[in-house]
Design a protein around this ligand. Structure first.
Ligand code: FMN
Ligand code: SF4
Length: 644
């Protein structure tokens, strides 16, 4: 496979062509040094066979941090802690480079030091809501020199090169590059190529003058910013040769601009695979240095296709490495089926803002490598019975088996997957994860019993040391006036309808509810061309999802033509209408040939109560312990399995 062909970025020799993308995980110490958690997280990716790891944003200016717990390399005292991280990664044979950046308009300097962010012009940043001030031309040389100084420190810390961050029309270099943010009229003016590239060329010159020509520099740049008023589609190819002459050893092609939901930078399910590839291919036409491409290339097969088509020399993958740090080793061993796929749910982004650092919905060990080691045998092998073969039950069985327990999984239906089978029908990105989980049940020594409804007799015969109940939620009956009417579909009937891909459903469909499940249902029916209205009594759409995911889901509802009404209590369902209370107190109605009621799962403690005396330990995970999405199911299950 071409992904395993060695390649060089400048003097840096790489064992494969897949790079771990820069991802700010928010694990750093308060003084912006790498934490032990960082060391464990990155070491796991190095151990897993990554050729090159690009660290997250590392600020070059101590006045301007990026996130609450992000990294810095702005004075010499930071070299030693970075060296510890570099050594930990090198110990596993991977190369590593920091992503050097002045945070510019994105800086949190205002919050941490009372220092206003700086940029090419006065702009307001959507993510921080801060307004930056325009840099005077006389202030620029000091900032330029910070880049060179940080590169010198990076080399002293043992990094194999640096990535210079100039993508996404944000931070300092990205903002100067983009006419959207650079409204200057001096020699740095954004309206002219020579003006917008000037700061970047000065930074490259400063770095090269301080580290010489042999220290590899990869430049991350948006191939196309894709916003009206931004750099035009041909801009990057006009710049690229100038940048190579200034010392760039490789281009890392991303796309888009930084908006509140980082929409184009971290794309959702509705973005095509490899949406930046054409831009990378265009840049390859004009330079002879390696061109790397990133963006929704979620598996090795797609990465290989990009390389085979010669549209890029290397592929950069972000979320795929968060979901499975060992994907390169598995690929090397030909175990493609063993790679845990990312489901593009955006929890890794949405978990950053509330604090506590980034977490992965499908891999609770990611970023928790110290507390929850990926491979660790339990002190004592126990007999464990898992009740329920949905995602929580399978994950509990999987982790218990990995930890050396003797596991029996009881599933009352004839197939594994529970309600996730339906979810995967609504959203394509879920199916590979379901398939992977089922394969894990075969790979591991788990005694899977299908069509086996748990009862006292079966469980007692297994003499369990522990029982994990993962039997799913109870579905409440809808309590609206008229919900007994034949065209009101909920619970098991709704499940059947989804399983049959909404066969026979057409006309004016009203979906009641506004959580993620309701949104996915409304989107799926809307895409089929129905007239869909979603009515939610709560104020928000996709309550329970984080801000980024809510943004992604709202965009999909908009695209599929779903009419969204929120904060509208349901008054009654009639034979051809749904009546709701408007914000002004009046009762209004929408036409409905069918009414689908989503979102009524409730915790179910029945089985725990019933079986609690059959084993010394009993735990409840997934929806039966309180409704949640994949992330809750997987986290519950992983924690329960690690506690045994
Ligand atoms: C949690 C998270 C943090 C990220 N932080 C950064 C960052 O610090 N710098 C950057 O340039 N891109 C950052 N990105 C964007 C990724 O580098 C990458 O471009 C994006 O995830 C698309 O690649 P993927 O589809 O392979 O995940 C981040 C992405 C994620 C998911
Ligand atoms: S949190 Fe979701 S999007 Fe992020 S890596 Fe994990 S599965 Fe993928």
């Amino acid at each position: 496979m071409k992904i395993f062909d060695p390649i060089k970025i400048g003097t840096m020799e790489l064992k494969n062509r897949i790079v771990v993308a820069p991802m700010t995980v928010d694990y750093a110490n308060p003084d912006e040094t790498p934490s032990d958690r960082h060391l464990a997280y990155y070491s796991e990716r190095a151990k897993g066979g990554a050729g090159l790891i690009t660290l997250e944003v590392v600020t070059v200016d101590g006045d301007h941090r990026y996130q609450q717990n992000s990294l810095g390399l702005y004075n010499d005292s930071l070299i030693a802690p970075h060296k510890k991280l570099v050594d930990a990664i090198h110990a596993h044979g991977a190369k590593v480079q920091p992503q050097l950046s002045h945070t510019g308009p994105e800086s949190l300097g205002g919050f941490f030091k009372g220092i206003q962010p700086v940029g090419p012009s006065v702009v307001r940043t959507a993510t921080t809501l801060q307004v930056c001030r325009e840099l005077g031309a006389d202030e620029i040389p000091r900032l330029v020199s910070m880049y060179g100084d940080a590169a010198v420190r990076a080399r002293a810390a043992g990094y194999d090169g640096i990535e210079l961050h100039a993508a996404h029309s944000y931070m300092l270099l990205g903002s100067f590059l983009s006419p959207l943010r650079n409204h200057r009229t001096d020699e740095y003016k954004g309206s002219k190529l020579e003006g917008r590239i000037k700061l970047l060329l000065e930074v490259l010159a400063d770095i090269r003058s301080k580290v010489g020509k042999d220290f590899p520099i990869t430049l991350r740049i948006s191939g196309y910013e894709r916003e009206s008023g931004s750099r035009e589609i041909n801009d990057t190819v006009r710049m690229a040769p100038l940048l190579v002459a200034a010392g760039v050893n490789a281009f890392h092609v991303s796309g888009g601009v930084g908006d509140l939901n980082i929409t184009q930078i971290i794309p959702a399910s509705d973005y095509p695979v490899g949406y930046n590839v054409a831009m990378a291919a265009a840049i390859k036409q004009v330079v002879d240095v390696p061109v790397l491409v990133v963006g929704r290339i979620m598996n090795i097969e797609d990465a290989e296709k990009v390389l085979q088509s010669n549209q890029a020399d290397m592929v950069v993958m972000g979320r795929a490495f968060f979901a499975d740090p060992h994907l390169m080793n598995k690929a090397k061993a030909g175990q493609f089926d063993a790679i845990r796929p990312c489901i593009v749910c955006q929890d890794c982004v949405d978990t950053i803002m509330p604090g506590g650092g980034s977490a992965c919905a499908v891999n609770a060990n990611s970023g928790r490598e110290q507390q929850l080691p990926m491979k660790e045998l339990a002190a004592k092998s126990k007999s464990v019975v898992v009740i329920g073969g949905g995602m929580a039950g399978m994950e509990a069985a999987r982790v218990c088996a990995e930890r050396g327990h003797k596991v029996t999984l009881l599933e009352k239906h004839k197939q594994l997957g529970g309600n996730f089978i339906l979810a995967a029908q609504l959203l394509d990105d879920l199916q590979p994860y379901l398939d992977w989980m089922k394969r894990e049940m075969n790979r591991l020594p788990i005694n899977v019993k299908l069509g086996a409804e748990a009862d006292e007799k079966i469980i007692s015969a297994l003499k369990p040391d522990a029982i994990i109940v993962a039997a799913g939620a109870k579905l409440a009956e809808p309590a609206f006036a008229g919900s007994e009417l034949a065209h009101v579909i909920s619970g098991g009937k709704l499940h059947k309808l989804i399983a049959e891909d909404f066969k026979g459903l057409s006309g004016d469909i009203v979906v009641l509810g506004g959580g993620v499940i309701a949104v996915e249902i409304a989107d799926a029916i809307g895409k089929k061309g129905n007239n869909v209205t979603m009515i939610n009594w709560d104020n928000r759409v996709a309550e329970g999802a984080g801000r980024k995911r809510r943004g992604d889901l709202s965009r999909r509802l908009d695209k599929s033509g779903v009419k969204v009404l929120t904060g509208m209590p349901i008054v009654a369902i009639t034979k051809d209408q749904v009546q709701f209370k408007n914000v002004d107190g009046t009762v209004r109605s929408v036409k409905a040939t069918a009414v689908l009621v989503a979102d009524l799962p409730q915790a179910n403690t029945e089985l725990v109560e019933r079986f609690k005396n059959l084993a010394p330990e009993i735990k409840s995970v997934g929806d039966c312990a309180g409704f949640g999405l994949v992330k809750k199911a997987i986290k519950d299950a992983t924690l329960a399995a690690h506690s045994l």
